[in-house]
Design a protein around this ligand. Structure first.
Ligand SMILES: Cc1ncc(COP(=O)(O)O)c(C=O)c1O
Length: 321
């Protein structure tokens, strides 16, 4: 019934303790989350290493899943260890060498009043081979569109959680950017500063200093973001955390996205559409080419996730012991 055209390598998925064929439906169309976005999820990657696939920062992702679930008062039926074991079983069962892993916890079937009183949380885990999220732009650099819509503010929803419903804004704005010929959207926050991409954090580089913002700017503080801040220190790069104004962004020497799906992806051009009253304006970032610091970090990050740097072995969970 469901083919796996856009899920290469996906043969089985895990649902509520059992493995199912990818094509097999397991949920009812009247499930609560389908109607109201009452779900939480994770995006995790496993990378190919000399010792087989290794999952990057798995405990941190599972901790965030539980944090997200708590914001929706979801009762999680499984322990962290059980979820980790389930993820391993999905990678093994699909014989994946590298994978994008998607645990999804959602309010299931029971009632359709807005409060999911009789719709207990269900857990599903899928995994497949997913290449670079921004495709060839990961090497060449992306053109972003600063959308007129402001990112959901931290005073409106818990933006440290990965709540399914919030991603409707990500989907709409990601589509809008592409419809205008750009590669990805960028949100401003209600304060008018740069917030994040639809599924990515943002770093800028100015005069050798690496800067990103934090949750007070209405962004999800990504696990990749945190990893990059740590890596940068070890590479003796100066870092700073604070608001990024639009001017900081346009005048940056380098900019890149960070995130599990996108990894480290340079931004080399931006179109500002943030004020619908004004004409859109285009900016070239830095030299208009992928910057040296971005390249250096991206290479180091690749080496870390593929187990080539001993110092960061503790960030990897190997699938086969
Ligand atoms: C809105 C948003 N911001 C940032 C990120 C980056 O987070 P991470 O590095 O943990 O994948 C993601 C992806 O999970 C996201 O969805």
């Amino acid at each position: 019934m469901f083919d796996n055209t856009h899920f290469p390598g996906a043969k089985k998925f895990w649902h509520q303790g059992k493995l199912y064929d990818w094509s097999q439906p397991t949920i009812h169309a009247m499930s609560h989350a389908l109607h109201y976005g009452t779900s939480v999820f994770e995006g995790i990657r496993a990378y190919s290493t000399l010792n087989g696939p290794a999952v990057f920062r798995l405990p941190e992702h599972i901790d965030r899943l539980f944090h997200s679930a708590s914001t929706l008062s979801m009762k999680v039926l499984y322990s962290k260890e059980e979820i980790i074991n389930a993820i391993m079983s999905v990678i093994k069962e699909n014989k994946l060498k590298s994978a994008y892993i998607r645990p999804l916890m959602f309010c299931g079937y029971g009632n359709l009043g807005l409060l999911p009183k009789f719709s207990p949380a269900e857990l599903t885990i899928g995994a497949w081979e997913w290449g670079a999220y921004l495709g060839e732009k990961t090497e060449k650099g992306a053109h972003v569109y600063i959308v007129p819509w402001r990112r959901v503010h931290h005073s409106q929803l818990e933006m440290t959680a990965k709540l399914g419903g919030v991603y409707v804004q990500s989907a709409i704005c990601g589509m809008e950017a592409r419809s205008l010929g750009c590669d990805e959207a960028v949100f401003l926050n209600l304060e008018g500063n740069i917030a994040e991409g639809p599924g990515e954090n943002i770093f800028i580089v100015k005069s050798g200093v690496l800067k990103t913002n934090d949750k007070t700017e209405s962004v999800l503080e990504g696990i990749t973001r945190e990893s990059i801040l740590e890596i940068a220190k070890n590479l003796n790069l100066e870092t700073s955390v604070g608001p990024i104004t639009k001017e900081d962004f346009f005048q940056a020497d380098e900019i890149f996205f960070s995130g599990t799906a996108v990894e480290i992806a340079p931004i080399i051009r931006a179109t500002d559409g943030s004020n619908p009253e004004e004409e859109k304006k285009e900016y070239i970032i830095g030299s208009g080419k992928v910057g040296d610091i971005t390249l250096r970090l991206a290479k180091y990050y690749k080496d870390i996730v593929s187990g080539k740097i001993k110092e960061y072995e503790n960030w990897l969970t190997y699938v086969y012991d």
